[in-house]
Design a protein around this ligand. Structure first.
Ligand code: TXA
Ligand code: MG
Length: 327
């Protein structure tokens, strides 16, 4: 047995004993526990410092486990699972009363997702063979701070945790969440799957939260305006705003921009401007985002300036995370 499969087995055994582990997924790392063990689930809330009414996502080895948790799966939700699982998509569905109460934070619905990361898949399968039917896992960071995209990030927050190292997360921002618990699907959290992709896959129009507010769909509990925030103050600005504010800025400042800041000669740039190149590709930008925020925060600057992402659907997930980091 090689080293990783040994660790996978250990992780699965830890889950079956009701312990927490750090689990790599294709989106971000999760702080994982047996979703049907209320003591283990409560330990997640404790460790994260997260309010117990903020529901968790339950991770499944495959879609055959959905009926364990869900009481009702509309046809459009079924089509989303078929098209997008395993992958970075979470579906909110109606829940069997009494099943996974703690993970659901008292809500009548449950969030389900089947991750594609090979290590996540291996752990979920090994845990299933030990009787663990679903694994509750929020992002493995302290409540409100930047989500982890490497095993080292997780260890920074939880030094004593058993963390499986699955490398840097491919996607880099959390899964897209679609509420499938009512008549129409509603996007609750943007991610790397766009509304048009989701509408095509589900065969019906997926509404965004703004459209849904018109039909009185409550927002996702726990999607607070301020979230994913580093210690330094994050400011989102256009390149013109950056250029004009730079003269009066209190340096040092970390800057993440796609466009070159200055029309000036490089020697005219202020010394305390610590520049980083922001990818011009949305998927690459999502992949880098949280690690980049951590890197800039670690410089000890008071402010992190980020160039506003471009318009367009591909950037929606990145835009959402940056707006929350800046709120
Ligand atoms: O990519 C991801 O989704 C990562 C990885 C680890 O899978 N997990 C993650 O979990 O981002 P967390 O706990 O950080 O975010 C879960 C989000 C919260 O905004 C929560 O409000 C929402 O899912 N959620 C969970 N259950 C819900 C429910 N029953 N109804 C509405 N929203 C729900
Ligand atoms: Mg989170």
């Amino acid at each position: 047995m090689n080293a990783l499969s040994d660790e996978v087995l250990q992780a699965a055994q830890a889950l079956a004993r009701g312990e927490l582990i750090g689990l790599p997924t294709e989106t971000v790392y999760g702080l994982a526990a047996d979703a049907l063990n209320p003591t283990a689930v409560n330990a997640i809330f404790q460790a994260k410092g997260r309010p117990a009414n903020h529901p968790l996502i339950v991770h499944l080895a495959d879609a055959s486990l959905v009926p364990v948790f869900a009481s009702e799966v509309p046809a459009f939700a079924q089509r989303l699972m078929t098209a997008c699982w395993p992958g970075p998509l979470t579906l909110i569905v109606k829940r069997h009363p009494g099943v996974a109460d703690a993970a659901a934070g008292g809500h009548a619905t449950i969030a389900l997702r089947c991750p594609s990361h090979p290590v996540a898949q291996a752990v979920l399968r090994a845990a299933l063979s030990l009787g663990v039917q679903g694994v509750a896992a929020p992002s493995a960071n302290v409540f409100g701070s930047v989500s982890p995209t490497t095993a080292a990030h997780v260890r920074e927050s939880f030094p004593d945790l058993l963390v499986l190292d699955g490398g840097a997360c491919d996607v880099g921002i959390e899964s897209t969440i679609v509420d499938c618990s009512r008549d129409v699907p509603v996007l609750l959290r943007p991610g790397m799957l766009s509304v048009s992709q989701l509408s095509a896959a589900s065969g019906v129009n997926v509404l965004n939260a703004f459209e849904a507010s018109a039909i009185k769909t409550p927002a996702a509990p726990g999607t607070l305006a301020s979230h994913y925030a580093p210690r330094a103050r994050v400011r989102l600005m256009t390149i013109e705003q950056i250029r004009s504010h730079l003269h009066t800025a209190k340096l040092p400042i970390a800057l993440w921009s796609r466009t070159s800041v200055y029309s000036l000669e490089p020697q005219a740039l202020p010394d305390g401007l610590l520049q980083f190149q922001m990818p011009s590709d949305a998927a690459q930008c999502a992949h880098d985002l949280f690690a980049q925020l951590r890197t800039m925060d670690a410089l000890g600057v008071q402010e992190i300036w980020v160039e506003t992402p471009p318009l367009g659907e591909a950037w929606e997930g990145v835009r959402d995370r940056l707006q929350r980091a800046a709120a």
